[in-house]
Design a protein around this ligand. Structure first.
Ligand SMILES: NC(=O)c1ccc[n+]([C@@H]2O[C@H](COP(=O)([O-])OP(=O)(O)OC[C@H]3O[C@@H](n4cnc5c(N)ncnc54)[C@H](O)[C@@H]3O)[C@@H](O)[C@H]2O)c1
Length: 342
């Protein structure tokens, strides 16, 4: 039995109470669905700045009314200490996902990014500590590796950060460190690499590349590749991110605590290969997608050329094993996307 199967069996025997911040967003709503499927009571908080009520409705449809009854939603803001206190009350584990994502958005609006990602993070740390939650698990980001060109990325070797977003995530990690040293408060930070999967927002100027390209192809539009397509990333399917969050909350060895972990697939895919994978998966549903060629645009400012995670720390200390290759995750995501159109 793998570590995650053991942990799920533990949770089935003895359910815990969870708080998910950013629950109406992409990753938050997937975490919600997974925890409700495990019959866990969940409190979720969101202010809908980038999340959607329809994500919550989709989870409700998927899990059914009985499991949905175990969910309590707070429309609240992590910048507001009273909302944070309300969210943390009686909670065992916090999975803190709420933040303003996107590097370009943070370059356009560093102040709001800092308010949500740093002030809000600190409010949640304080509320979690005061509520004596067992553990604070939070979403960090591979962007903290900044301009470091070293591959694969190892947790202790970061470069200079290249955006207000990356700075906010680095500050999160610094604050978390202070809280374990000063207040003896336990946390685990998960540096997600490029995550993809169902309910990821395809719309708007700051949409991530995978849902944007899928929607372009579905609508018979030309997907735009920034640069020559040789840029590579370690794309990670959302179900592996869920696995990592649950493992991080329940890992019990003291050596696993108060650390950051790379959460990724541990494999590198170029943008050209990625588009090929998307077209392959989409072709079985709409063969015409195969004939749409991309347009190549300029390289995006601040983008690093290659990214690849060393995931050995998460494997060793959390028992994390990615279960999805990019191709397998893409197949599942596209099946969901095509079903959602019907
Ligand atoms: N998606 C990725 O590839 C990726 C990669 C690295 C890190 N992350 C991190 O993972 C987390 C979740 O990202 P996502 O892709 O699901 O983004 P998302 O935008 O879909 O979800 C974020 C959610 O947080 C909510 N939120 C933002 N500010 C808030 C505030 N002040 N108060 C209450 N709610 C607030 C939003 O409304 C949204 O529902 C974020 O912390 C993000 O930085 C994501």
């Amino acid at each position: 039995m793998s570590r995650i199967d053991n942990v799920k069996a533990e949770l089935a025997k003895e359910p815990k109470k969870w708080l998910i911040t950013g629950v109406a967003g992409f990753i938050g709503s997937n975490l919600l669905e997974a925890l409700l499927e495990l019959d866990q009571p969940v409190v979720g908080m969101d202010n809908f700045i980038t999340g959607y009520a329809h994500n919550l409705e989709d989870v409700k449809r998927t899990v059914g009314p009985e499991r949905w009854d175990k969910f309590a939603f707070i429309q609240g803001d992590i910048r507001n200490p009273e909302d944070c206190r309300r969210g943390c009350s009686g909670v065992d584990y916090i999975l803190h996902q709420a933040a303003l994502g996107s590097v370009p958005r943070s370059i356009d609006d560093p102040i709001t990014t800092n308010m949500c990602n740093v002030d809000g993070f600190l409010q949640m740390l304080v509320a979690g500590m005061e509520a004596r939650v067992k553990r604070f698990v939070f979403a960090s980001s591979s962007s903290v590796y900044g301009d470091s060109e070293k591959l694969p990325k190892v947790e202790e070797e970061t470069g200079s950060v290249l955006s207000p977003y990356a700075a906010s995530k680095l500050v999160n990690e610094i604050y978390a460190g202070v809280f374990s040293r000063v207040y003896d408060f336990n946390w685990i930070g998960l540096r997600y690499f490029n995550v993809f999967g169902k309910r990821q927002d395809p719309n708007g100027a700051y949409a991530a590349v995978i849902p944007r390209w899928i929607d372009a192809l579905i609508n018979k539009k030309t997907p735009v590749i920034n640069g020559d397509g040789g840029t590579s990333r370690d794309f990670c399917y959302v179900k592996d991110v869920i696995q990592a969050n649950i493992l991080a909350a329940l890992s019990n060895g003291p050596e696993a605590l108060d650390k950051v972990y790379n959460i990724a697939c541990g494999d590198r895919t170029t943008l050209n290969q990625l588009l090929g994978l998307i077209k392959n998966s989409l072709c079985s549903h709409m063969p015409e997608a195969g004939g749409i060629d991309p347009e190549y645009g300029p390289f995006r400012k601040g983008d690093v050329r290659h990214s690849l995670a060393d995931i050995s720390r998460a494997k060793e200390l959390l028992g994390y094993t990615p279960l999805y290759s990019v191709a397998r995750g893409m197949e599942e995501f596209i099946q969901w996307r095509v079903r959602a159109m019907k």
